[in-house]
Write a protein that binds this ligand. Sequence first.
Ligand code: DC
Length: 221
Amino acid sequence: MKKIIIAVDGPSSSGKSTIAKAIAKAVGYNYIDTGAMYRAVALYCLRNHLDCQSVISHLSDLSISFVRMEDGSQHTLLNGEDVEKEIRTLEAGDMASQVSQVKEVRAFLVAQQQRMGDEKGIVMDGRDIGTVVFPQAELKLFITASPDVRATRRYKELVGKGEQPVYEDVVKDINERDYRDTHRAESPLRQAEDAILYDNSDIPFEDQMKDYIRFFNDRIH
Ligand code: DC
């Protein structure tokens, strides 16, 4: 059967990672979380007290990979160390949004992401997958949800991880990140012209999945 590339883009907490993972599982494709790659670079900066510019000369020391755990989940490795938990904090997310504005960091990660797509059969999520990484992707989804819905999801996610976020801080963080992601000079978040715009604010997950799989089936036949 024909293998394709599925690009899933959208703002923070739109649910795109959950969706991309579920699509990958349903169709038997590999899932790649590119946000995790920016977060890993961010963690490297935080740990080594590097700012966004000084990390450029350290990029060749960085190796980012993924490993599948027994429970089927995927963890991010930074130079062989499992950093999955550390990259998910608000601090790492904030730093990731900053490092992702640096042209050299993007070029470094985009080249790796493009190699991962050589064989097709992947679902990749991020901000620039349909526009920059795989402009030729056969299926592009641009997932969004209202700011309120996204803030509530993010809040619950952080609580679920044992953090004690203040709801107003989460809203502020989402707004700031949206602004930075859509206004940066390098590959700003935007919908590719041929992407399907999908607002999932009020759509139960099972119903969303039926739509995504229908889009997939339309593309492989
Ligand atoms: O999706 P996320 O929250 O894990 O992403 C972390 C940050 O990385 C986010 O601020 C946007 C940035 N990012 C990006 O610029 N390009 C991508 N392909 C993925 C993430």
